[in-house]
Design a binder for this molecule. Structure first.
Ligand code: PMP
Length: 391
């Protein structure tokens, strides 16, 4: 091709994030770096789940699955969610990771020219996916405390707003919505007839609920485990909620691409058709394995992440400004001495430590993200590098 640009759509050019590409390019040149950039659990997929995947493959479960997902998996998730939320949660669709669920939701709900409210900072994909569909992402600032800013959110609603996109526990801030914040989100959504897309992929990582819960011992550890203390979610009392969860983080199945959504039946019906025409279905043998995963406890790994959270907070408190993460496995810290986060992240990379600058998640370049789902020793080495920059 002589002029490749002529063949590239504008849409293709809207997807991506230069801040992330730049870090990953530089990281490839480093020798054995300490990599705290990605949200990749540092454990392997549980043995029982691997065995279940192998058994399904050997058993010939290798053809197309129904586009909506395997009925026993859907039924199990629907039942668990019904118990968790105490109401009929609508229907369930098995997706290609939460990413697949996000894309289907945006495709099914929005038209070009519509608007969706996202909180700033937020997960890097949201802005790109919306822009690629010609939907305007309306960013509502949550600095410095990263709480849900109800007044600002309400002020950002226009007649074109279709979606309020929430993420709790939050990537990158670690904030978990409180019951009161969820209720104000529901009130706004009701007043303006919005769909709430609730990305709850980090739901098993609730640091101040899992271990302290007297119920946690009996937890089956299922991502939808009814015996765990539930996370505040608009799913509880707002029926125009699209709930997104998955297995990438809970069971370290990031490369297996299995997630799910629950939403009102007519929406699921449309998204099922979209999924059929876009991807066919989620991987059949890995859906069998996902059913097994629902009985494999996630509590040990969640407890480890909580211990890591406590350690990193202890080591960096005083030297950096941050809010203590209540869930997930990221810490979002302010770059010290008024430096830009990009500059700070460059200096960390000079010392073989890889992090993402806040500009990947935000209109601001003041903070950087550290992923603490790694081994404790690595975390301690990373912290001593961080403490050595600018001293
Ligand atoms: N939502 C959030 C908030 C995430 O952090 C991620 C992954 N980092 C995803 C969705 C995508 O998850 P999946 O691997 O299931 O597509």
């Amino acid at each position: 091709m002589q002029q490749p640009d002529r063949f590239l759509s504008r849409r293709a050019e809207t997807v991506g994030c230069e801040a992330i590409s730049r870090v990953l390019r530089r990281a490839r040149e480093l020798h054995d770096p300490i990599d705290l950039s990605l949200g990749q659990p540092d454990v392997d997929v549980p043995d029982a789940v691997k065995a279940s995947a192998c058994a399904a493959i050997n058993d010939g479960q290798n053809g197309y699955a129904p586009p909506q997902g395997l009925p026993p998996l859907r039924e199990r998730i629907r039942n668990d969610l019904t118990v968790e939320f105490g109401r009929d949660v609508g229907d369930v669709l098995i997706t290609n990771g939460v990413t697949g669920g996000l894309f289907l939701s945006l495709l099914a709900i929005t038209d070009p020219g519509d608007e969706a409210i996202i909180l700033d900072p937020s997960f890097v994909l949201y802005r790109s996916l919306l822009t690629s569909l010609n939907v305007r992402p309306i960013s509502v600032d949550t600095y410095p405390g990263f709480r849900f800013p109800a007044d600002k959110v309400e002020a950002a609603v226009t007649p074109r707003t279709k979606i309020l996109l929430l993420n709790s526990p939050n990537n990158p801030t670690g904030a978990v919505l409180t019951d009161e914040e969820v209720q104000s989100a529901v009130d706004i959504a009701r007043r303006h007839d919005l769909v709430v897309v609730s990305d709850e992929i980090y739901e098993p990582f609730l640091h101040d609920r899992n271990d302290s819960s007297p119920m946690s011992d009996s937890s089956r550890g299922s991502v939808t485990g009814p015996s765990r203390r539930p996370i505040p979610s608009t799913m509880r009392n707002y029926d125009k909620t699209v709930l997104l969860r998955g297995f990438s983080k809970s069971h370290a199945m990031t490369g297996w691409r299995v997630g799910y959504m629950a939403a009102p039946q007519p929406l699921i019906a449309r998204m099922t058709v979209l999924q059929q025409y876009l991807y066919g279905c989620a991987s059949t043998p890995l859906q069998h394995a996902a059913l097994t995963a629902l009985d494999v406890p996630t509590t040990d790994y969640a407890a480890k992440c909580r211990r890591n959270r406590d350690r990193v907070v202890e080591l960096l408190r005083g030297a950096f400004e941050f809010t203590i993460p209540e869930g997930g496995f990221y810490l979002f810290l302010k770059a010290p001495c008024g430096r830009s986060a990009t500059d700070f992240v460059d200096r960390a990379m000079d010392r073989n430590l890889v992090l993402f600058p806040g500009s990947a998640f935000s209109c601001r370049d003041t903070h950087f993200r550290l992923s603490y789902c790694v081994g404790e020793q690595l975390l301690e080495r990373a912290c001593s590098i961080l403490l050595g920059i600018f001293t």
